[in-house]
Structures are given as C-alpha cells and as structure tokens.
Design a protein around this ligand. Sequence first.
Ligand code: NAD
Length: 387
Amino acid sequence: MPVLARLRDRLGDGALRGRRLAVVVHLEAKTACLVLALQEAGATVVAAGSNPLSTQDAVVAALAERGVEVHARHGVSQEEFTADLLRVAESGAELVIDDGLELTRRMAEHRPDLYAQLRGVSEETTTGVARLRALEAEGLLGFPAVAANDARCKHLFDNVYGTGQTTLTAILALTNVLAAGRGFCIVGYGWVGRGLAKAAHGLGGRITIVEIDPVRALTAHMDGHNVAPLARALEDADVVITATGLVEALDASSFAHLQDGVLLANAGHHDREIDVPALAAQADETIEARANVTTYVLGDRRVHVLAGGALVNIAGLDGNPIEIMDLSFSVQALSIHTLASGELPAGVNEFPAELDDLIARTKLETLGIELDEPTEVQERFRSAWMV
Ligand SMILES: NC(=O)c1ccc[n+]([C@@H]2O[C@H](COP(=O)([O-])OP(=O)(O)OC[C@H]3O[C@@H](n4cnc5c(N)ncnc54)[C@H](O)[C@@H]3O)[C@@H](O)[C@H]2O)c1
C-alpha cells in the first residue's frame, strides 16, 4: 500500500498516540494493513469484522500475534457477532473506523453510556453514511463523524472500479460460468451498480438495469444499457446482482419471475438485499451445490444463491484489490487522524477536499504520472467575474 506508506509521517505526528481506536471493517489482509499502520502511529487498536461471513480467521490470528485485540470469528451467528462488537465497545474505544455503522449503531442501541463517550466515527460505506445521517436527523449524533465513503478517492474508485471488478470476478470464480452472452440484471445503478454494469459489459454480458431513481435510470439508458422494471428484467436474467444498499431488493414476490438456472448475488452492504429466508421458505429442496453456492429447487426451476446473499466479492473472495484499498484506507487513516486532532464539529462532516487531493496526488506520484499546473492567466480567469 504505497499511498498509505507515504502518509506514515503525517499519521505519526502524535495526534493518534495513546488513543483507543476501534476498526470494524471486513477483516481480511488489507484491513490488517490499516490496523497495523494505525498501531504504528501510536494508537491502541481493537478490531472486529463488519460481517461474520467476510471475516478471515487467518487474518484474525495474524493480528492477534501482532498484539492487536480482535473480537471476530468467521461464520458466527448474528447474536455472537453483536456480542463481539459490544466487546469492542467495552474495550474503551473513543474513535471508530466503522463499516455499515455496524459498531456505532449497536453502541447507540445497546450501550448508550459508551456511545456518549465516543469522540469520532469515520464511516466506510454508502449504507453506513445513510445510517449516520439518520442518527443525526434524530438528534443523536453528539460527536463529529466523517462520511469517508463520500470522499472522491473512495467512492469514485472503490465502489465503481474495485467492487465492479471483484464482484464479477467472484461470481465467475465461484460458478465457472461464461460471462459473454449472459443476461445480467443489475438492481441499483449507483456507484456500485455502474461499476458492475461496466465490468459485465466489458466481458460481453447483456445488461439490464433496474432503478427507482429517474436520473439514475436515465443515466443507465444514456450509458447504453437496457432499463426495465424488476419483474420484466428478471424474466431474461441469467445473473442477478443487487446493489441498492437497502433491503429486499429481491423480495418474496420477485422469485416467481426467475428463470431456471439463474445466479443470484449481492454486492450491497446488507445480507438482506436478497430475501434468502423467503426463498428458502418457497423451496422444495435446498442443496449446497459447491463452496459458496446454495441451490434452491422451486418446482422445475433451480435458483443458485452465492455466498449466502452476503457481499459476494468479500464473503466469496478477498474483496477489493489492494490498489483500491490503498486509496480507501488512506482516506480512512487521514479521516481518523483528523478526528483525533479534534478539528471537526459534531455531526456528519465531509472528508476535507485538500486531503482527497493529497491522496490522489500521492497515488499519481506512485504511478509516475505527472500533472500540469494552470497558468497565471487561467488562475486569474478562474477567480474573476469579469475578465
Ligand atoms: N461489496 C463492496 O465491496 C462494496 C463497496 C462499496 C459499497 N458497497 C455497498 O453497495 C451498496 C450500494 O452502494 P452505492 O455507493 O452504489 O450506493 P448508491 O446510493 O450510489 O446507489 C444505490 C442505487 O440503488 C437504487 N435503488 C434503491 N432501491 C432500489 C430498488 N428497490 N430497486 C432498484 N434500485 C434501487 C438507488 O436509487 C441508487 O441509485 C451499499 O450498500 C454500499 O454500502 C459495497
């Protein structure tokens, strides 16, 4: 992670020294790099995963060996997952790097005493930022938070290029099917949805987008994709991928429209975008067909669900590529450093634009790509109203 490495001096300037930090992000190798960088900057870090299906036990063990307190195990129940997160809360964490707001929202619900002691939260993903704004709207956000997901160096690359590529990679690796000529139905054309469409189209897939937002539906149309309502889109779909960030994008009523042999995968934060329990309730038989592929037999149709409906790129493979997470975690590291410095007011804050620029410039430097500067005339024109 060359960008994160080049931020080492700034991170180690003392703001993080002696601070108790919780990192609750999908526990795989790149997350471990972030944890170790924060530890090196002087923080005491307690870690947990943000989804039991994406936790890699080998990474947990490696972190524990390096003296990090970790509360996570692959595949535990929702109750055990919550218990682990509450152990993180009880460890006295004052600053949190969260994903989906999984720790913060549980603290608000179960441990308001500890929640009241939080000094800052930096949130990794779209769904978590929505939850932060919901807390703020209810007057429950008495500390500063940063919408790290909304940083340009995060969502413009991680959600689009990283998740687009790795979700497709995971679907193809888990099933060994050919993408070319297949019908892909993508539910949600946000940052993630457009990355998925780009990746599937690049592999020769036929794309249909389902949206509820008129501007995003129009964008999908102008990008050259078919746009259709869910029921119609499903009838022609060989692969359905959900990326809405909400729940029940594929609900109990949608399964009647699925073709025989369809693959269902989710890229969104929640395991609940595909209503897998409702599918199981409708099925005559359930077969564990191969690793991370569960087949539900509905009469004469077979429906294959990947990675149990959890985010398939992280629960089914290793998540986003290291080049992407170098950017995302540089955002997170600078975000938590800014929160530790006490520079931000209570409420949801944007990630500072100058830090976004710093990360992009550093990344360009590592790639050996040079930028031009505006001329004096251009600078004057930019700042004047009459030239
Ligand atoms: N798997 C990963 O590695 C990864 C990476 C980044 C983000 N995410 C998650 O992916 C999800 C999507 O993120 P995003 O940044 O694209 O969000 P976004 O808000 O930009 O896009 C979501 C889109 O879904 C649409 N939508 C909502 N409900 C719908 C429905 N019922 N039918 C059709 N469309 C619907 C919305 O109109 C919106 O355009 C979030 O949960 C986010 O946290 C996952």
